[in-house]
Ligand binder design. Structure first.
Ligand SMILES: NC(=O)c1ccc[n+]([C@@H]2O[C@H](COP(=O)([O-])OP(=O)(O)OC[C@H]3O[C@@H](n4cnc5c(N)ncnc54)[C@H](O)[C@@H]3O)[C@@H](O)[C@H]2O)c1
Length: 337
């Protein structure tokens, strides 16, 4: 299939483009490079030995998007384009609603205009709010506590309403848990701007001496060691999930909503220990206060993904740490153009 990957130059997009190309799909990438660099797309081409047709466009630019659809026969779209920092979304809610929700609306309108009815959307486990129990199945109640999460939840509503109005759409809503790690080549990986918001890129920055220590936000949660527990999934497994989802859309499944996680939760201290092992020395950390809004435990029930898509995360925590560290050691300043 010819797949349009919006936001494809970013962290999950680059890894997904690699897997799509390796599975003999062709890829058109639209990215405005607001949170990425073009060199990441070149690295995808280097890994796969295949070409990516690239357009530097904002998906809210309707005319530019129409040009992409008129120049390429697109079979399916995977939309990664969006802003993703929870803290920033609280400071800039209008920018988040505009980019994430309006961007999705423009994309859907142009898809409809060109008769493209297959789409995969990057949702997040954040739509489960503070879950009443774990593991989390797809039918759990939904809620959000910040503008970023609200954009994900509203887009899910938009996609459900769209499907209710037009059953010829095939829509896969993928709710990611916590993607980490990098391609084993060390050519592509996560490259956050400034000080990372997420735990793992923060730890790898500490590992390479760019930050002094890891801040652990609270050690009195009701978990096995008191620190927060999350479902970390190797980004390569997550990328594989997108290939399975896009292939599934070709069977006309209608609207599907699927967790992409491993089903195993690791605490912050487990992660620090695992990275210390990969590094061969202790990663320094300091225990601090809780962060407002953080929840104690979050991990997926991945059964439905396995039954519906044949998806099963294969990579271990050791692989995730080794690959994340390899990327950071080879690219201590991220992508440098
Ligand atoms: N990384 C995570 O932990 C995580 C977890 C759950 C969900 N998600 C979602 O997955 C998607 C991809 O995440 P990521 O970690 O790869 O983020 P990322 O920031 O690395 O990638 C997003 C890409 O979209 C581009 N972009 C942003 N707005 C755009 C626009 N209007 N038009 C065109 N391009 C635009 C950015 O330049 C970037 O390359 C996001 O929607 C994010 O919310 C990520």
């Amino acid at each position: 299939m010819n797949i349009l990957v919006t936001g494809g130059a970013g962290y999950i997009g680059t890894h997904t483009m690699v897997k799509l190309l390796e599975n003999n799909h062709t890829v058109v990438c639209v990215d405005d490079l607001s949170n990425s660099k073009y060199i990441a797309v070149e690295r995808v081409e280097k890994i796969t030995g295949k070409k990516v047709k690239f357009y530097q466009n904002d998906i809210r630019d309707r005319e530019a998007l129409r040009k992409v659809f008129s120049e390429n026969k697109i079979d399916a779209v995977i939309n990664f384009a969006g802003f993703k920092a929870v803290g920033e979304s609280c400071a800039k809610p209008i920018e988040y609603y505009d980019n994430n929700i309006y961007g999705m609306l423009v994309l859907l309108e142009v898809m409809r205009e060109f008769g493209v009815k297959n789409i995969v959307f990057s949702s997040s486990a954040t739509v489960y709010g503070n879950p009443h129990k774990v593991p989390i199945t797809e039918d759990f109640p939904l809620s959000t506590s910040n503008p970023y999460g609200s954009t994900k939840l509203f887009i899910e509503y938009i996609l459900k309403d769209l499907y209710a109005s037009d059953k010829s759409f095939n829509i896969a809503i993928l709710r990611y848990f916590n993607p980490i790690g990098a391609h084993p080549s060390g050519l592509i990986g996560e490259d956050p701007n400034g000080i990372p918001n997420n735990l793992c890129p923060y730890i790898t920055k500490v590992c390479v001496g760019k930050l002094p220590h890891v801040n652990v936000f609270g050690n009195d949660y009701p978990t096995h060691d008191g620190t927060g527990v999350r479902d970390y999934i190797h980004v390569e497994d997550l990328a594989e999930g997108h290939v399975l989802a896009v292939n599934k859309l070709a069977d006309n499944p209608g609207l599907i909503i699927v967790n992409l996680g491993t089903g195993t939760g690791y605490s912050v201290l487990d992660m620090i220990k695992a990275f210390s092992k990969a590094l061969g020395k202790e990663v320094p950390y300091k225990i601090g206060a809780h962060r407002p809004g953080d929840i104690p435990t979050c991990y997926a029930d991945p059964t439905y993904a396995e039954n519906l898509l044949g998806f099963k995360a294969k990579k271990s925590l050791e692989d995730m740490c080794k690959d994340a560290l390899n990327w950071q050691l080879k690219n201590p300043d991220g992508y440098v153009e």
